[in-house]
Design a protein around this ligand. Structure first.
Ligand code: NAD
Length: 303
């Protein structure tokens, strides 16, 4: 088998997986609608004109509509005061048509991000960043879970079935990815190591991993000989690097070609974790809606 074939055989197709999740969500939304007359609603709040955030918000709004949910878009000027933003969140918290609220980060500097996240009703906190959800996840209780690690977990469960007893290494300890990822893997009975910028001999730590999740933000940092043969590698990193002809391209934190020769399975960048993140935002909105109405949650879409 040549290298290209080996690479392809190890690929986890996040794009296709995300499409399946969206179909699953859409089916459930249609059922909620026909059987209970309920339509899940997701409110997305964008403050300012950050171009990358605008693209994310547009994609989120489009996919929300495509799954049959209602999307509420709130675009506020960069000068919006914190008080006005908090007042909007209070209205969305009280609105029964809104089941999920997402405030696109980063926020302008004059706004206290923690105060804003704390003002979202935890039951509508589809990003899973509210301290109540962080605490619930950390204590193994039912929570709304951050979308990126939830997407990673879904792909791992799909690939490996039970994760029980496996050695999992998470590189990166951010509140958005690394920490909740570690909690989710612990909850699925992995033995979890969390590595970060101060960890000693990262290569050796990674070599012990049956599951390696990397969320650092350094292009190609994880080398092929850091991977245990047969390991499942989830590359969360998104890095834009210079390419030929003055162009740029996206790469992950893992040296994909080298790692794919050793790994049992690996997510590419782009087309791996990225598409799953928005799909999980939709599934979290559906989950929040089901919980709000005391209805059973859809299978396979929660942690
Ligand atoms: P962050 O900057 O908040 O955290 C980075 C983490 O990496 C830190 O915990 C730090 O300790 C660790 N780190 C830094 N240098 C290191 C080193 N040399 N060795 C070991 N650990 C080191 O970043 P984040 O928000 O967690 O994002 C990480 C990456 O994932 C970024 O590339 C980001 O763009 C990407 N990301 C992708 C998605 C997605 O949907 N695919 C979502 C969120 C983040």
């Amino acid at each position: 088998m040549n290298i290209r074939e080996t690479t392809l055989s190890a690929r986890i197709d996040g794009k296709a997986f995300a499409a399946d999740v969206r179909t699953h969500v859409a089916d459930h939304v249609a059922e909620l609608n026909s059987e209970h007359g309920i339509t899940p609603g997701l409110a997305v709040v964008l403050v300012g004109e950050d171009p990358a955030s605008e693209v994310y918000v547009r994609n989120k709004a489009r996919q929300t509509r495509e799954t049959g949910m209602t999307g509420f878009e709130h675009k506020l000027s960069a000068e919006t005061s914190q008080a006005d933003l908090l007042a909007l969140l209070a209205r969305l918290n009280a609105d029964p048509a809104v089941h999920g609220i997402l405030v696109q980060l980063p926020l302008p500097r004059h706004i206290d991000t923690e105060a804003v996240l704390a003002a979202i009703d935890p039951a509508k906190d589809v990003d899973g960043f509210h301290i109540s959800n962080v605490g619930l996840l950390g204590t193994g209780q039912k929570a709304l879970v951050p979308c990126t690690p939830l997407g990673c977990l879904m792909m791992l469960r799909d690939r490996l079935g039970s994760l029980k007893g496996l050695n999992a290494v998470v590189v990166g300890r951010s509140n958005i990815v690394g920490r909740p990822m570690a909690q989710l893997l612990l909850r699925d009975d992995c033995t979890v190591t969390v590595a970060h910028r101060h960890s000693r001999d990262l290569a050796e730590i990674c070599r012990g991993a049956d599951i390696l999740v990397v969320a650092v933000g350094r292009p190609g940092m994880i080398k092929g000989d850091w991977i245990k043969p047969g390991a499942t590698v989830i590359d969360v990193g998104i890095n834009r690097i210079e390419a030929e002809g003055g162009k740029t391209r996206l790469v992950g934190d893992v040296d994909f070609d080298a790692a794919a020769r050793v790994a049992g399975a690996i997510t590419p960048v782009p087309g791996g974790v990225g598409p799953m993140t928005i799909a999980c935002l939709l599934s979290n909105t559906l989950t929040a809606c089901c919980r709000a109405h005391g209805l059973p949650e859809p299978d396979g879409l929660t942690a």
